[in-house]
Design a protein around this ligand. Structure first.
Ligand SMILES: Cc1cc2nc3c(=O)[nH]c(=O)nc-3n(C[C@H](O)[C@H](O)[C@H](O)COP(=O)(O)OP(=O)(O)OC[C@H]3O[C@@H](n4cnc5c(N)ncnc54)[C@H](O)[C@@H]3O)c2cc1C
Length: 529
């Protein structure tokens, strides 16, 4: 039984279904996918990814590795690009992250001779231990697999080397970027990416996350499903149903216990083997498992976010480098200090004066999402407070600090005007605009508490070994047979489906006795010792 149909619930359900389990998914909303949804929310014919849009984490993740062929059978097809991302600076200059080491070295050298060598040095250092770096994100850390990963690091690097490696994982993006590259354009190219991991550039471990993303984007690009992100959720549901499972929308689960759940209409649904909860810790321990020993009152949510969707009569024509018009994700920011300032303002309760604008152009990869010749802009703003104390730009009154319609539209106007400064045709081509404030996001999906897109703060004390709770890390709960997945759990947010895959592999792992017998059979000498 899976409670909630986010990417992790569905990935877990699909992996179990493929292994022969009869899976039941219960979803309270009227669509499957949680933060995955494609809909015509602006004007007819314009298909917007309402929340998440970019799938490099899914395509590079463990669930995709096991399910790709089955999902392709159910209509999932990935499209990709050679121009995944770039940053556009206020002076009209831009920098790009491309698909090969040579192209990236040349691009960075364009901004400062020598930064290309620094890029190659980064890759030279990263690749030999990429299995360890990615392993941290693909392993149940508090388990024998986590211990094995630690041992592998010590065997390969020595005790001192392993300690050094672990230390490097904790570096902030600011410290890493300033040590690695001279050009501020290079800093500004990579700094905005830490926002997509729920961090800021001065946070512990943001340097490690920036490196993982930089390498992942170079190697994997920016894949998206033909027809919209919803195709991923639909294919996962189709696979579960094909294997004899059931998936239902409009079912709100109110209580969870060993052996089943109770819905808000009082119906009891039993689960023979496990209940996997794709929820936040506050819901899990506050209501679903009320009375369980773990407590989540101190779990902190992260910054809030806003989405702005534009339907356009023609694609955005950017001033400056012509590659901007073909790039999947363009960040508009003054650079590393600009991102840092906007994060800091949001964390102090202010609307940032100069937010980092994430301008997504899905039609550069998948033209099927809008009528011929039209445009779509997917805009994400990841530096916002939940309760607004003021405006760092001093431009408007924030009222009582809640996300009213007026505040939402005023803030969206500011963002729209900033984009227009870089594009002569942008404002005149707007057919329709739909804005989702943090309050709208929370209303759309109960897991997006305070409009936090990433399932809880990823500050070090709530990340990695300590996610979701230092007192209850990992994916087991104190209640037998009840498991916890989703963005709030390790390896955190994004469309990787990592926590779903980790729980599925633990549920499918043979019991200890069977494993020992299996090992002895494979290596009979071990029996004698
Ligand atoms: C606006 C936005 C943009 C993003 N962009 C990207 C992106 O481009 N790429 C990327 O990799 N990541 C992106 N992310 C992050 C990523 O989408 C999320 O981290 C991820 O989708 C979360 O998945 P999840 O498994 O935690 O479940 P969720 O997506 O949070 O879904 C959980 C589901 O469980 C249901 N549920 C909860 N409680 C119950 C209950 N009691 N009974 C029944 N059902 C219940 C909810 O209704 C929901 O449908 C974005 C997130 C947001 C919000």
């Amino acid at each position: 039984m899976v409670v909630g149909s986010g990417v992790n619930g569905l990935a877990c359900g699909a992996l179990l279904a493929k292994a022969g389990w009869r899976v039941c998914v219960l979803e309270r909303n009227d669509w499957f996918g949680g933060a995955i949804k494609t809909a015509e929310i602006t004007a007819p014919g314009f298909k917007h990814d309402v929340f998440s849009a970019w799938h490099p984490l899914w395509v590079g993740g463990p669930a995709h590795a096991q399910l790709a062929d089955d999902l392709a059978r159910h209509g999932l097809e990935y499209l990709n690009t050679e121009l995944p991302t770039g940053t556009l600076y206020p002076d009209g200059e831009s920098a790009f992250l491309l698909r090969t080491a040579e192209a990236n070295a040349a691009e960075l050298d364009r901004h400062h001779a020598g930064d290309g060598d620094a890029w190659n040095a980064l890759l030279g250092e990263f690749f030999p231990n990429a299995d360890l770096a990615f392993g941290v994100l693909g392993t149940e850390l508090w388990s024998r697999h986590g211990a094995a990963l630690g041992l592998k690091a010590v065997r390969r690097l020595g005790r001192q080397g392993a300690a050094e490696f672990m230390g490097k994982l904790l570096i902030s993006a600011r410290d890493w970027l300033k040590t690695a590259f001279v050009s501020e354009r290079a800093h500004g190219l990579l700094a905005p990416w830490v926002l997509h991991t729920g961090l800021g550039p001065d946070a512990a471990a943001s340097g490690y996350m920036a490196q993982v993303i930089a390498v992942a984007v170079q190697e994997g690009g920016m894949p998206i499903p033909r027809g919209g992100g919803q195709r991923l959720a639909d294919a996962l549901v189709a696979l579960i149903r094909e294997q004899g499972g059931t998936c239902e929308t409009g079912v709100d689960v109110e209580r969870v216990f060993t052996g089943g759940v109770r819905t808000s209409t009082g119906e009891a649904v039993s689960a023979a083997r496990a209940v996997v909860c794709n929820v936040t810790p506050t819901q899990l321990y506050g209501s679903l498992l009320e009375g369980a020993p773990a407590k989540a009152e101190r779990f902190r949510y992260g910054r809030s976010e806003m989405q702005i969707h534009f339907a356009l009569s023609e694609p955005v024509r950017w001033d400056g480098d012509e590659r901007l018009g073909q790039t999947a994700i363009v960040h508009l920011t003054p650079g590393l200090d600009g991102v840092s300032r906007a994060v800091n303002e949001a964390e102090r309760g202010l609307l940032p004066a100069e937010a980092t604008i994430v301008a997504g152009q899905p039609l550069t990869i998948d033209p099927s999402r809008a009528p011929d010749g039209k445009g779509i802009l997917w805009v994400q703003l990841q530096e916002l407070p939940w309760r607004v104390k003021g405006d760092a730009a001093g431009e408007f009154d924030v009222g009582d600090g809640t996300w009213t319609e007026t505040l939402r539209e005023h803030y969206a106007d500011r963002i729209q005007a900033r984009i227009a400064r870089h594009s002569p045709n942008f404002e005149s081509s707007i057919v329709a605009r739909t804005v989702l404030s943090p309050a709208d996001l929370q209303a759309a999906n109960v897991n997006l508490v305070h409009g936090d897109p990433y399932g809880g703060s990823l500050a070090l004390d709530q990340n990695f070994l300590w996610r979701p709770l230092a007192s209850q890390p990992g994916h087991r709960t104190p209640v037998d047979g009840v498991w916890h997945v989703g963005a709030s759990t390790h390896p955190g947010p994004g469309l990787g489906g990592g926590s779903g895959a980790l729980v599925a592999s633990q549920l499918l792992e043979p019991p200890l006795a069977k494993r020992v017998v299996g090992r002895l059979k494979r290596d009979p000498k071990k029996k004698e010792t």
